[in-house]
Design a binder for this molecule. Structure first.
Ligand SMILES: [Zn+2]
Length: 509
């Protein structure tokens, strides 16, 4: 069985999960479910980033010990991801003993191998990013990602990672592996900055005690970002540089564009220093913005709660909207008006309606089941052609995380099937008692629904399961491999049973 390992950015626990967190995890989950459908042994990692000044402060503000605070917050994130249908295999926590042991080993190794040295650091520091900023990165003297926060001048005696030694190797790796950074715009961004040269980075902090102590100098803690990146190894069961377990290297790191540099430059350089294989790809999604275009984040004070939306519309409807409406890699303004419109158009009026009218006609005209499929008419062949195109487009798109294009192809098939009903007019065939033709037409419709339901299953597994049952099918659409799917797979003798509407029209309250 092919192993497939997907990671998501581990989340800062200094606030509740917001829609941006949810979007990233849903995208990663859809990819993982798709790979499982294709019979890969796929492993999805989520996690919480618990060592940082921000976390220590949030705990202090509540008068709590950071450890207790993190226990509570990790549980909040876990519960949120379960409610959003994220089928993760492991939630890694950077305060876990296993993680601490691994980070200490790896840092000691980097130090022994001469990649880490001591020195003095001073510079502008954004506490929200937990990162030093170059003077020319600042906008009006402030962090570009956190324009409402002040940057601070920090001066410390720290340990440095000799990042500058890896510039050439990184450049060569990124240039000879075009899939390593996706999409291409992000790849070009990294290449451009890399060509400007690299500076060594501080990987320790002396002013903080909530973190993993440096093995060679326990008065300092490991810089939170280095610690966080290493959680991808801990999560995969890696216990040392030569004990990589069964999952590493990752097939995909899924991240937001604000942490591009950490994942595409610092992280691969750390892995190179440790002689650990690099992840195969880093896929960068865009930002979710407010309806009026502001960035959603705790620091900007603009929060959309994914659990409130999930409560109102159902988590799978939220998933459908985020996956279909947003092109992976681009920014998008979130809008409940658009969500409602998309739901009514695609799911209630198109897919749901096709299901209810088809099952109703099959029950009415063929209560004992269909008897023949002779799809030789030009209309039948056209619909089969659209189904083939949908399967093909869907698989190509999902394999490159272009989820939106994949789902659009399915919507096209469903819409074509609804037009096919109008063109073939089954009610007239019934009146004229053309039962062979009528059976064929209804078969084509059931088969189209079968195809669409397999393809939509990674996004809406529970809804698709309900449709599956109404189509009289056993097992689960999530167990059918979309890359082996072909029109005509629907069993002619299945017993259709019309049930309640799976996608009732959304009426504005
Ligand atoms: Zn910042």
């Amino acid at each position: 069985m092919t192993k497939f390992y997907v990671t998501t950015a581990i989340d800062y626990v200094n606030g509740e999960p917001h829609l941006g967190h949810a979007y990233e995890k849903i995208g990663a989950d859809v990819l993982t479910r798709y790979m499982r459908q294709r019979k890969a042994d796929a492993f999805l990692l989520v996690g919480t980033d618990e060592h940082s000044l921000n976390v220590a402060r949030s705990a202090a503000a509540r008068g709590q010990d950071p450890r207790l605070y993190c226990d509570e917050m990790a549980a909040v994130f876990a519960a949120a991801y379960q409610k959003l249908g994220i089928s993760y295999n492991r939630l890694v926590r950077t305060s876990e003993p296993k993680h601490k042991v691994l980070v200490e080993k790896l840092i000691a190794r980097m130090h022994q191998e001469g990649h880490v040295y001591q020195g003095e650091y001073s510079g502008w520091y954004c506490e929200s990013c937990e990162a030093f900023m170059d003077e020319d990165q600042l906008v009006d003297g402030k962090c570009p990602t956190h324009p409402t926060r002040e940057v601070k001048w920090l001066k410390e005696n720290n340990y440095f990672f000799a990042l500058s030694n890896f510039g050439q190797r990184l450049l060569e790796h990124i240039e000879s592996n075009p899939q390593f950074i996706q999409p291409e715009t992000r790849r070009n961004e990294v290449l451009m900055r890399l060509k400007e040269g690299l500076r060594d980075i501080s990987i320790s902090r002396s002013s903080l005690d909530w973190g993993i102590p440096l093995p060679m100098d326990p008065a300092q803690v490991v810089y939170v970002w280095v610690d966080a990146l290493m959680s991808y190894l801990t999560g995969a069961g890696v216990t040392d540089v030569d004990q990589l377990g069964e999952w590493w290297p990752a097939d995909y790191h899924i991240i937001g564009k604000d942490i591009l540099w950490f994942h595409c430059v610092i992280w691969p350089a750390v892995l190179m220093a440790l002689c650990i294989p690099l992840p195969k790809a880093v896929s960068v999604h865009g930002f979710m913005r407010s309806p009026t275009g502001e960035r959603l984040s705790k620091s900007s004070g603009i929060i959309i709660d994914p659990l409130v939306l999930s409560e109102k519309y159902g988590h799978e409807i939220l998933r459908y909207y985020l996956i279909k409406n947003i092109h992976w890699g681009r920014d998008c303004n979130f809008s409940t008006d658009e969500l409602e419109l998309l739901y009514n158009n695609d799911l209630a009026n198109d897919y749901g309606n096709l299901l209810s009218r088809t099952t109703a006609m099959v029950e009415k005209y063929f209560p004992r089941g269909l008897h023949v499929d002779d799809s030789s008419d030009v209309l039948d062949q056209e619909l089969i052609g659209t189904a083939n195109a949908a399967i093909d487009t869907f698989n190509k798109a999902f394999s490159t995380l272009d989820f939106s294009a994949g789902i659009a192809a399915v919507v096209e098939l469903v819409s074509k099937a609804n037009k096919y009903v109008d063109l073939t007019a089954p009610w007239i065939l019934a009146r004229e008692e053309k039962l062979d033709r009528l059976s064929t037409v209804l078969y084509r419709l059931l088969d189209s629904l079968h195809t669409a339901t397999v393809l939509l299953a990674p996004v809406m597994p529970d809804h698709c399961q309900k449709v599956w049952q109404q189509l009289g099918l056993s097992g689960s659409p999530s167990d059918v491999d979309p890359s082996c799917l072909a029109p005509g797979s629907y069993p002619l003798k299945a017993t259709v049973s019309r049930g309640e509407a799976v996608f009732p029209r959304w009426e504005r309250k």
